[in-house]
Each structure stands twice: as C-alpha cells, then as structure tokens.
Design a protein around this ligand. Structure first.
Ligand code: PMP
Length: 343
C-alpha cells in the first residue's frame, strides 16, 4: 500500500476546507478518495491542477467558458502548454443569460473523452450568471456521458447567496452524482478577506476504487507543488484555522457573508431602480438578477471609456463592474452617468 508522503499543508486547514466545499456527508463517505493540498490561493490551485493534468494524464484539451476570469487562459498556457485551451460558449449577450443551448451543443460535439472542463462553482466571473440547478444537472450528465474531467473553480463560496452550503450546491451535486474523477480549486481570498495572504486548497476526487488512487494523486500533487512553489504560506492559513476551529468565530463569519452578499444584492437593486426611474434606454434587469461581486453591465468598450474619462467611474473594458464599489452615496451618480453615456 502506498504511503502518504505528506499532508501537503496544515491538516486542520485542509480538513476544514474540504468540509466547507463538499459538506460533511460527502467527506464522511468519501474522505479516503479525496486528495487535498493547501495551495497558494485559488490561482495556485488552478495552476497546480493544470500542471498535474499535463504531467500525469493524457488530457489533451481544457474547455474554458467564454467569457471567463482573464487569468484562466494564461494559467493553462503557462502550466500546461501541451494541453490545448478551447472555449465553450457560456454567455449570450443578446439575452444576457447563460447560453445553455450553445454550451451543450459545443461540448456535445467538440469535447472528447478525457478532456478537462472548467466550471465556476458559483458567482461566475465575469458574468454573474450561474446555471440553474436543472441546468447543472444536465451539465453533470453530459460530463458523465463524455467522461470529462471536471474542474470546479470555487472563488466566491458564500458571495453568491451568502450561504456557504448553498453556494457549494453544484460541487456537491457533481461529486455525489459523477462516477468520475474531478477537481475543486478553492480560494479564500474573497470570502475570508485574505486576498494578500494567499489561502486556498486543491481537492482531487479520485475514483472510489482502488482506494490507493487518492494517496498516489496526493503524493504527485505534493511533489509538483514542492518543485514549483515549495509550499503554501502559513500565516493566512493560521488565521483561517482560528475561525474554522471556533464556533463563535464561524458564526460571525457566516453572518458577515450574509451581510456582504446582502449589501451587494441591495446595491444591485438600487442601481436597477435608479436606471428605471431615469428611464435609461435598454433592459437593465440583468443588473439585479446576476449574482456575486460582479455585474456584466452590457456597456460597450466605448461607453466604458467615456464613463472612465468623463465621470471617473472605473470598470473593465468588457463592461464588468465590481458591485462592491457601489454605495448608497454614489449609486445615483453612477446610474445618472450610465444614463448619460447610453443616451
Ligand atoms: N478563480 C476566479 C474565477 C477568480 O475570479 C479568482 C480571483 N479573481 C481566482 C480564481 C483566484 O483568486 P485567488 O488566487 O486570489 O484566490
């Protein structure tokens, strides 16, 4: 039987991180089949799984959503240059919703057995649009049928609904449903406010048999990590452990997540109400319906430029705005400025 070389970081942290994303039920049942390692936050987890697949598997393509977090493509190209980066349509600008039909169609026709697919666990960056539970279920069935290696990128657990369990629904549904190996890249940058401390984890769910697979994967992950960054930093993980090991602090943290996600959602509603009041041309319902920190406003690159130069309102050229930047004090100004640029 293979020996476990190292836990790959703080045992307390890894166990708590695993339980947060998978829930007690899955961990109690499948713990032996999950390889987990502490990483240099979510970016480190994404990089490590790319390196792992390139080094130890025959995976030849990674399917990324279009659009996706800007760093995904670079992470795969740098860490897994032999794996081709491909895109599946995710968002339809004209209906401002998940382009579910096109997504399924592209994967159905293009993805090959053994390809990897990246899915955002919740609060999709940059669109703020997540699949419905029914759509998630269809994606899971497609991944199962095509035997794809699913990689969940979980950077916003607790930021979509405010509820850590609810935001882990897709990950848990896939883990329970799929009889396939999969991975979860977990970041605590946003939900614990530890961006600069680089706190994260990578979990690889291996096949249930033989039970030694997880140990082998764990050892390979530890080796690759050691060769690339040695190990993840300790300070932020100690802060996280303080919270994970103390019920009172955990309750406070969960209440804070509710406050933060509630504030984001009230700012979305306020911006929407203001645009309606101003009779700003267009349908702005997406502003309140999207979830998470970002709003994919639908503003053009030119409109974004005018907002920046004339009104000092800053967002990405794609029109992605951080809703966290809105306050009761500035939301009217922002709405009026948007109104002016689209008129
Ligand atoms: N994935 C997604 C989708 C993100 O938006 C981010 C942060 N912007 C990350 C991963 C990585 O974040 P970090 O490395 O700070 O944990």
């Amino acid at each position: 039987m293979a020996a476990k070389r190292s836990r790959g970081g703080s045992g307390v942290f890894i166990e708590a991180a695993k339980r947060l994303i998978f829930g007690d039920g899955i961990v109690n049942e499948m713990s032996e089949s999950i390889a987990s390692i502490q990483t240099v936050s979510g970016t480190g987890a994404n990089s490590l799984i790319a390196l792992f697949l390139a080094t130890h598997t025959r995976c030849s393509s990674i399917w990324l959503p279009d659009p996706t977090w800007v760093n995904h493509k670079d992470i795969w190209e740098v860490n897994a240059p032999r794996i081709t980066t491909r895109c599946y349509p995710y968002y339809n600008d004209s209906i401002r919703a998940v382009d579910f039909g096109q997504m399924l169609h592209t994967l159905e026709n293009g993805a090959q057995q053994g390809d990897a697919i990246l899915l955002h666990a919740c609060a999709h960056n940059p669109t703020g649009q997540d699949p419905t539970e029914e759509q998630w279920d269809r994606i899971a069935r497609l991944c199962q049928a095509k035997k794809l290696f699913v990689i969940f990128d979980s950077a916003y657990q607790g930021f979509a609904s405010g509820d850590l369990d609810r935001d882990a629904w897709a990950v848990r549904h896939f883990t329970a449903f799929l009889d396939l190996e999969m991975a979860v890249c977990q970041s605590f940058s946003k939900n614990l406010g530890l961006y600069g401390e680089r706190v994260g984890a990578l979990h690889v769910v291996t096949t249930r048999s033989p039970p030694t697979t997880a140990i082998h994967v764990q050892n390979r992950l530890v080796d690759l990590h050691r060769a690339s960054v040695s190990m993840a930093p300790l300070f932020g993980c100690r802060v996280a452990n303080q919270i994970f090991q103390n019920q009172e602090l955990q309750d406070m943290w969960q209440a804070d997540l509710m406050t933060m996600s509630g504030r984001i959602s009230s700012m979305r509603n306020a911006l929407y109400a203001e645009l309606l009041r101003l009779r700003t041309p267009g349908d702005w319902a997406h502003v309140k319906n999207q979830v998470g920190m970002f709003s994919y406003t639908g503003l053009s690159m030119e409109e974004v430029k005018v907002l920046r130069t004339k009104y000092h309102i800053y967002m990405l050229p794609s029109g992605r705005a951080s809703v966290c930047g809105l306050t009761n004090a500035n939301v009217k100004y922002v709405a009026q400025s948007i109104h002016n640029v689209v008129m």
